[in-house]
Design a protein around this ligand. Sequence first.
Ligand SMILES: Nc1nc2c(ncn2[C@@H]2O[C@H](COP(=O)(O)OP(=O)(O)OP(=O)(O)O)[C@@H](O)[C@H]2O)c(=O)[nH]1
Ligand SMILES: [Mg+2]
Length: 313
Amino acid sequence: MSFHSGFVAILGRPNAGKSTLLNALVGEKVAIVSSHPQTTRNRILGIVSRPEAQIVISDTPGLHKPDSLLGRQMLDEIEAALEGIHVLIVIVDATKNFSTADQRVFDRAEQFRGARFLLLNKVDKVRKDKLLPMIAEYQKKLPFAEIIPVSALTGDGVDDVLKTIVKYLPEGPPYFPEEQYTDQPERFLASEIIREKVLAHTREEVPHAVAVLIEKFEEAPERARIHAVIYVDREGQKGIVIGKAGATMKTIGTEARLELEKLLDRKVFLELFVKVRPDWRDQGAVVRQLDWRRELEELTPEEEAEDADEDDL
Ligand SMILES: Nc1nc2c(ncn2[C@@H]2O[C@H](COP(=O)(O)OP(=O)(O)OP(=O)(O)O)[C@@H](O)[C@H]2O)c(=O)[nH]1
Ligand SMILES: [Mg+2]
């Protein structure tokens, strides 16, 4: 039997359900999800290994008009995710009318020369008789190789998406070990899990103003010790994150700890701090730290230099 493998990226406007879809395709929680737009800030790799194929899928930040350095970094992440892919999955929220945000996505998708899929997501909330006319409308806007209605939330249609992707992948070897389902370091996953809990318990402008940085990550066999700082950009937001008598922070901390214990498969001692850093979204020093790939690249030469020093002793 021949083996197929290749790369796929998911493109769509903020809140269309890209990260929910990635998690459903992979069958693991790879990317955090929230009801707020612009939750995802990095490209996130999810890997699906089947006996006949390996599909490497990138989730991307929602395509939007950037108004900060962070926003521009998010757009760079989208572009990086689209490099070298075999299939582009364009996703729209089928409960909403086609908007200028979707048009921006279609304009970008039009430049892609490989196989383009359109996924009509959230069909659990759409009347069945509306689907066929909707498909006809979308097909007029831009030709797609495949149009598939799905519910990333219930998993409806998701297996069909995987099977269809495989048909468009070239023959080739697996790129990752079979048991690996993402490339994100645990340290970054931990910061994302904490951010997800902050997003779940805050509203309006607060979710956009939150960044989580892990200051200490010590993994002993029995217990991991994680020290994280939740950054916000206004004093008032700090109060919202902490809540009355610390109630919101307590909920965030408990929910994050329980999920981290599952991820790391051990007890977790989690210390959370909230700090105000005005306008961090326009500060390179903070924004760059949110890009873990760049952080790793910058660390590696130094570590090698240290190793070399040790050899000299
Ligand atoms: N009813 C329904 N809701 C969905 C479905 N897929 C996603 N959602 C909800 O839509 C919201 C956004 O989902 P995300 O997966 O975070 O969307 P996203 O496209 O990754 O958003 P950004 O990262 O902000 O660009 C969440 O509240 C999800 O629970 C679906 O199939 N049906
Ligand atoms: Mg997302």
